[in-house]
Each structure stands twice: as C-alpha cells, then as structure tokens.
Design a protein around this ligand. Structure first.
Ligand code: ATP
Ligand SMILES: Nc1nc2c(ncn2[C@@H]2O[C@H](COP(=O)(O)O)[C@@H](O)[C@H]2O)c(=O)[nH]1
Length: 291
C-alpha cells in the first residue's frame, strides 16, 4: 500500500477507535440508550456497528466479567462478535434482554436500596448467591472484610479481603457506607461507590449485611428497605450452622449468642422472609425489590 494511503488508513483506524471509546463512555454514563445503540448498529461502519458485544454488555452497571460469560451463553453469542455482525436471532435475543432490563425498573423512579440481614447461618449468603445466579437484574454489593477467605471464596466476588491497615485506610477515606465488627471478631463494610452508582443507574441493589450495618443504613438512607431473613426454627438454625462446618465450636457459640440478639430485632425490619426453601425465599425477596 502506498505510504500516503497507509497514513490515511491509520488515521481512520485511530478515529474509529476514539469514536468507539466515546460511545462506550456515553453508554456507561447512561447518556445514550442501549436500545438506540442497537438501532444504530444496523448501519455498517458506525461506531455502534463496530462495538464489541462484550463492551456493550459490560456497560450495564450490574454486569461484570462473571455475569458476562453466563449472559453470552444464554444469548448464544460469541464474545468475538461486534454489534454489527449479529445474526437476526442473536439481535432479537439481545434486544429482548435490553428491553427486560430497562423495563425492570421504570426510568425516573429510583428503587430503594434493599438490605438483607438475619442471624448467622440462616442462609443470607445462599439466598444472595441464588439471586445472583437467577436474577441478573439484581446487583449485589461486595463487602470488604478483614476475615481471611474461606476455601472457594473469590476475591472481588464474595468479598474484598483486606488486612486491618487496608480497612483503616478505607475508613479514613470515607469509602464505606456502613461497617461493623461482626461476632466481635472481624470487620466488614459496604463500599459506598457501587451503591451510589446503582442508585444513579436505577438498578436494584442488594446488601447482605449484619444487623448493626442494617441499622446504620437505615440511619443514613431512610428510604432503604430492610428485610429480615428468619429461620424456620431455632433448631434448624443451629443445624445449618453446624452443617456448614466452617466454624469451630468456640466460634459457633459466639455466633449463636449474636443470633439470639438478632432474632429479637426482627420487628425493626420492614419485611420478614422465612428461609424455608432457598428458591422461594429468593423469589419473595426479588418480588419485594421489584415492588
Ligand atoms: N433454605 C435452606 N434450607 C436448608 N439449608 C439451607 C437453606 N439456606 C441455607 N442453607 C444452608 O445453611 C448453611 C448456612 O447458609 P449461609 O452460609 O448462606 O448462611 P449466612 O446467613 O450467610 O451465614 P453467615 O451470616 O454466618 O455468613 C449453608 O450450609 C447453606 O447451604
Ligand atoms: N455490617 C456488615 N456486615 C456484613 C458485611 N458483609 C457481610 N456482613 C455480615 O457478616 C457476617 C459474617 O459473614 P461471614 O461471611 O464471615 O460468614 C454475616 O452476618 C454477614 O451478613 C458488611 O459489609 N457490613
């Protein structure tokens, strides 16, 4: 290729990359609607048409790397695709997904933040994980904690694992919406940024935290909805704690002491859901969140 053509081609490629980056930014900030981008992507050569499906989906605030993989599988779209190269059926599925998400929360109405609390081993984590896997419209807050990871726990997915100095730094920088020392042992806190971002984006946001944290959220965000997850019985709660097998006898005793106090506080909450079966409890919670 003659030098002059190569220079022109380079310039065009740089300009196209810039236009795509600009579009990604506007998608993320909500300045441009994803439906509009899908529509524009039908025109070959536009920034929308050359936008990668991965970048498009990652612009939704609640979609991260893990959800992205699942979502692409559900939509049956390769991660190599660009919007302009989607087949008819792929485009229809993608558009359906976008419409569902936009329809889940009416624009202009800010859904209240939902806090799920309850005694140890009642199943908060299990119900939250079920919601993460089955209700992609719900965004889950990832807490920071000074507790060491349990086997299988993933940094950034289950918790942000930090040492005491790291936690102190987050506190000093006012990065936590609430925090507490739970079961008199480790500190746990909710990063403020993602909660605010979810509010801005009209996203359903769930915090799975302890009673002290729930009270702090109520104080700072009175519009938050507090949901108490209750066990079917005390014996079942003890069975779940023992059955989980992640705490030694001393830690179990400590947690059950806290649990008695927490059970007595159920009336402070806006709603009580009994976790008899996980899918049922999860559905009830999501229905509450959807209003
Ligand atoms: N509905 C249910 N029926 C039977 N077992 C359940 C149910 N929900 C959760 N479990 C089991 O109970 C145990 C405790 O659940 P989980 O760890 O989710 O509790 P948690 O409330 O998050 O506890 P913690 O506050 O201590 O972190 C787990 O072994 C889980 O599999
Ligand atoms: N106040 C907060 N409590 C939190 C937060 N993240 C989790 N938790 C609660 O801690 C206990 C113990 O959790 P585990 O994972 O060590 O078993 C449990 O009750 C959680 O709900 C938080 O950010 N703030």
């Amino acid at each position: 290729m003659p030098e002059v053509d190569r220079v022109a081609a380079n310039r065009a490629a740089i300009a196209a990359r810039r236009a795509r980056a600009d579009l990604k930014q506007r998608l993320r900030s909500g300045e441009v609607s994803p439906l509009r981008v899908l529509e524009q992507s039908l025109v070959p050569g536009t920034p929308a048409a050359t936008l990668r499906i991965t970048d498009f989906l990652l612009s939704f605030p609640a979609i991260g790397a893990t959800k992205l993989v699942r979502l692409l599988e559900t939509l049956d779209i390769s991660d190599k695709k660009r919007l302009g190269g989607l087949g008819k059926l792929q485009r229809e599925r993608l558009e359906g997904f976008v419409r569902d998400r936009l329809g889940a929360v009416p624009q202009g109405e800010r859904p209240p933040l939902t806090v799920l609390a309850g005694p140890t081993a009642v199943g908060k984590g299990t119900v939250a994980a079920y919601i993460r896997d089955h209700y992609p419209e719900v965004r889950l807050s990832v807490s920071a904690t000074t507790r060491p990871p349990r086997p299988g726990e993933v940094e950034g997915q289950h918790y942000f694992f930090v040492d005491d100095e790291g936690f102190d730094r987050m506190l000093a920088a006012d990065e936590l919406l609430e925090w507490a020392t739970v079961h008199n042992k480790y500190r746990y806190g909710t990063p403020r940024g993602p909660v605010l971002a979810a509010g801005e984006a009209n996203e359903l946001m769930l915090l799975e935290i302890d009673l002290q944290g729930a009270r702090q959220v109520r104080a700072s965000m009175p519009e938050a909805r507090l949901v108490f997850l209750a066990p079917p019985s005390w014996d079942e709660l003890v069975n779940r704690l023992v059955g989980r097998g992640t705490e030694d006898e001393e830690e179990r005793t400590r947690r059950l002491e806290t649990a008695k106090v927490e059970l007595a506080s159920a009336e402070e909450f806006d709603e009580i859901i009994v976790n008899d079966e996980v899918p049922r409890a999860a559905l009830r919670l999501v229905e509450l969140m959807r209003g």
